[in-house]
Each structure stands twice: as C-alpha cells, then as structure tokens.
Write a protein that binds this ligand. Structure first.
Ligand code: ASP
Ligand code: MG
Length: 474
C-alpha cells in the first residue's frame, strides 16, 4: 500500500475555500493511487484564541473569555455551513454547539476559580483540532472522498506531561494498527487532528505548539508511510528569504540536519525536531504549498544529495544583543565560564552564539527583557558591556566540509560589512556571524549573489529563475 501522510497546517484549513482546496489536493493524491492519512491543524489562529480565552478566564475575566468563545463558535459554524450542504450539517451543527457549550462551561468554572491548570489548558487547546478534523472529514465525505474522522487521542498515546507530552512510540504504533490501518484497508480516508494526544488513562494532552507536524511524523513512522507531506503556504525551503532577496531559489532537496539548523535561525517552515521520528526511519518528508500544489516543494531526507554549491540556504535572525564580558581580574581561571553561563541559566535566557578569547567572552541573546538583571549579576564577575540591534547570519550546507577557503570567500563577499562575532558551528554544517541589524539585507543579497551565481540544478529550482528572467525580458 502506498501510504502517504498528508499534514495540512492552519492556513490550509482556515476557511471553507481553503478546506475545499485541500480536498482537491487529497483527491489528486488518491487518483495517483496513494492511500492518504490526513492530519490537520486547527483553523488558523484558533489555538491562539483558545489560549487567550482560557487565560482570560483564569484571570477572572469571564465576559472576555466567553466573547472569544462566541466568536470561535460562529467561525466554525459558518465554515461548516459553507462546506456541507447535506443532511449531515444538522448533526455537525449540533455537535459543534455541544463542544462550545462545554467550552463555555469550562471557561465559567475557570473564571470562578481564578486558576488554570496545565491539564485544563490542554483540554481547551485541543478543541481547535477536534473541531477542524471533524469538519474536514465531513467535508471530504461530502465530496466523495470517504473521509472518516479518527479521534487522534485514541492513537497518539503520550506520557502525562501536559503542554509538552512525550509520545509513547510502541503504544502509538499499536493503536494506529487498530484504529487507522483497517480504515485504509477498506479504502477509506482517515482524518486526524494534529497536536493532541492522551495519556494511558485517556486524559487529553498536547505535544507543544506547532505539534501537528509531530503528529504527522508519528503517524508516518508508526505506519511506515512511503512519505510524509507537510502542506503549508510557502513553496518549501528557499535559499534566502524571498522578501529580502527576490532572486532566492527553492531548495529541492535538503538534509534533515541542514533543515534543523535553518529552523533554529528563523526559517519558520517547520520544526525539524518534530519530524525526526520519520527521518530516522528513512521516510522522506516533503514541504509543499497548498496554494501552489503543482510545485514540487522541498524534500527533506536523512542524507541530502551532494551539490556543487557549499551552501543550501542563508538565514538571518534579527533583534539580537551582544554581551561582552571582560575578565579584568579572574582571567580564564577554572570555573569562570561556568559562572558566566550560570547567570544566563538563572535568568532562563537562551544564548545564540558564544565566542571567547583569553580575556573576554562574548555572548549573543535574543531577548532583552532580562538584560538589566543579567548584566547586574555578571558585573559581580567581570566588566560587562552590551550592545543591541545586532543580527546573526547563518549559512548552512553539508558541503561546507569539502570546500577549502570557504571562510575567505564568505568574508570576501561581504567585505564592506562590519562583522562582530564569528563561529563555525560545532555541527560543521553552518557558518554564522554577527553583524549590525541595518546591514542584514545588504549582506544577505551579497552572499546570495556570490554563492548562488551558478546554482546546481540537482538541488535548486533553477528553472523558476530562468522563467522569471524571461518574463522580465518580455
Ligand atoms: N494548532 C496547534 C498550534 O497552533 C498545532 C499546530 O498547528 O501544529 O500550535
Ligand atoms: Mg504549524
């Protein structure tokens, strides 16, 4: 069986138009002979609003919480009505109302108690996916696609850590074989909500924000899918942010490690840690665009094909601050670095980049909130200076390894830009450096022009660039 997990994010199910488009994409796959299992996120922004409702209720703002719920109820009812014309709409409408009635009851309870537990929060947050998956399954059924909603909580069994539950692989595999596989064997189309699961006692849990990709990977891994497709609203991973660099190209194939480095630096296409279970089993993951389904997207695999260019993509992360700690007294005495890092740890501040010399340590961080406290604590150890409005440029590629003199080329390409900190990542597949925020656009464009002059057509979508050039000439 050519089993394909197709995951559709919030924007791919945001309204009736998007859901109808999604049905068309799934139909296309079935006509090619695939047996899809569909995983959906909540409709766009719904999870945020559910969180807003439950936190408002937890603060005692009963009216505010109920108002958010009422808006969500209407949005779901309207979408359902636009999608489903048949008799089935009556039952769906009643079911949606029942879900929102019990949400309202929870919100009233929360505002009376003034306390929101992680367990209740999971229950509330999961509503978005419970609703979207039911609606999508029925919309598919109505369009002749044999859609059947499977409650993901029956399959995605986790531990009890609410908000960040850890999946239990063996149990998940067993449950998928019980609840999903038989449907596929009958030629039906299972539709599951992402993001949610339950512990062994049946209490609802969630996998962390953005967790629907994770669900897709767990299902793909558990059922040994031929591929996992992550449908979003971009054409896959690009060589640079196309808003900064209009000449950016789609990357056709990338390794898991490269995608992971890029995600950390802000390429928000997907969170690779979540697709690890699939990659480990050698199941390819494709990032595809539901607004442009003809596009081949980006294929993420354990090993990427080698290419002529040392880099696959250039990412930038702005709004960073560099903190310079200059050891006047202690120099590099034993335990010094630990003392410095303990300060960041104490203030729960994540560090992006570190560089050290005999007498100083420079650290970059992306949140400014705790700077005064951190700086006060560091001053007890050494002299401290900090400077904001910095940006990190991160160039990623497995093929850096084989290229000599790559650093010289990078700095040649941006010789007019002032570079503050440099690091060649421990993973050996990224080169990062810190520059002034105002120089980012210029630096990315220069680097892109230099390293993607003659892109390898095996890995980059060169045809799209040629087409663009032709349409400009016309
Ligand atoms: N709806 C969830 C969230 O917004 C999960 C997801 O979309 O992947 O975090
Ligand atoms: Mg997402």
């Amino acid at each position: 069986m050519n089993l394909v997990v197709m995951k559709f994010g919030g924007t791919s199910v945001e309204d009736a138009t998007a859901i109808t488009r999604t049905a068309g994409i799934v139909r296309g796959r079935r006509e090619q002979g695939a047996h899809p299992v569909v995983v959906v996120s909540a409709m766009a922004k719904v999870t945020d609003q559910l969180i807003a409702a439950s936190t408002a209720a937890g603060r005692g703002d009963r009216a505010g919480a109920l108002a958010i719920s009422a808006r969500l109820r209407h949005r779901h009812q309207d979408t359902a009505r636009a999608l489903i014309a048949s008799e089935a709409m009556r039952d769906l409408g009643i079911w949606i109302d029942k879900k929102f009635d019990s949400l309202d009851e929870i919100l009233r309870g929360l505002s009376a108690l003034g306390e929101l537990t992680a367990r209740t929060s999971d229950k509330v947050m999961s509503l978005g996916e419970r609703l979207s998956s039911r609606m999508v399954a029925m919309a598919f059924a109505e369009r002749g696609l044999d859609g059947v909603n499977v409650d993901a909580r029956r399959c995605i069994i986790t531990d009890g850590q609410h908000g960040r539950a850890i999946p239990q692989d063996a149990l998940i595999e067993k449950r998928l074989r019980e609840h999903v596989l038989p449907l596929l064997e009958k030629g039906q189309l299972p539709v599951l909500g992402g993001f949610m699961g339950s512990n062994e006692q049946g209490v609802t849990t969630t996998l962390g924000r953005g967790g629907s990709d994770f669900t897709a990977a767990l299902i793909g891994g558990g059922l040994n899918a031929a591929a996992i497709e992550i449908w979003t609203d971009v054409n896959g991973i690009m060589t640079a942010d196309p808003r900064v660099c209009p000449d950016a190209l789609r990357v056709k194939a990338i390794s898991f490690e490269e995608a992971a480095e890029l995600a950390y630096f802000g390429a928000k296409v997907l969170h690779p840690a979540t697709i690890l279970p699939a990659v480990q089993k050698n199941i390819p993951v494709l990032v595809l665009n539901s607004r442009n389904p003809e596009n081949e997207g980006t294929r993420i695999t354990a090993l990427a094909p080698h290419c002529r260019s040392p880099f696959k993509s250039i990412a930038a992360k702005k709004r960073l601050t560099i903190i310079d700690v200059v050891a006047s007294r202690m120099l590099m005495s034993h335990g010094y670095l630990k003392a410095i890092f303990d300060v960041f740890d104490k203030h729960k501040c994540a560090i992006d980049m570190v560089s050290t010399s005999e007498v100083s340590v420079s650290v970059s961080v992306d949140s400014n909130e705790k700077l005064p406290e951190i700086s006060a604590d560091l001053s007890k150890l050494a002299d401290v200076k900090y400077e904001g409005r910095k940006a990190l440029i991160c160039m990623v590629g497995e093929d850096i390894r084989g290229h000599n003199g790559i650093a010289a080329q990078v700095f040649e390409a941006i010789r007019h830009v002032n570079v503050r900190m440099i690091s060649q990542g421990a993973s050996e597949i990224n080169m990062s450096f810190m520059i002034e925020e105002d120089d980012v656009e210029e630096a990315v464009r220069s680097l892109h022009a230099y390293f993607f002059r003659d892109p390898d057509p095996v890995v980059f979508d060169v045809a799209a660039r040629q087409q663009r050039a032709e349409s400009v000439r016309k």
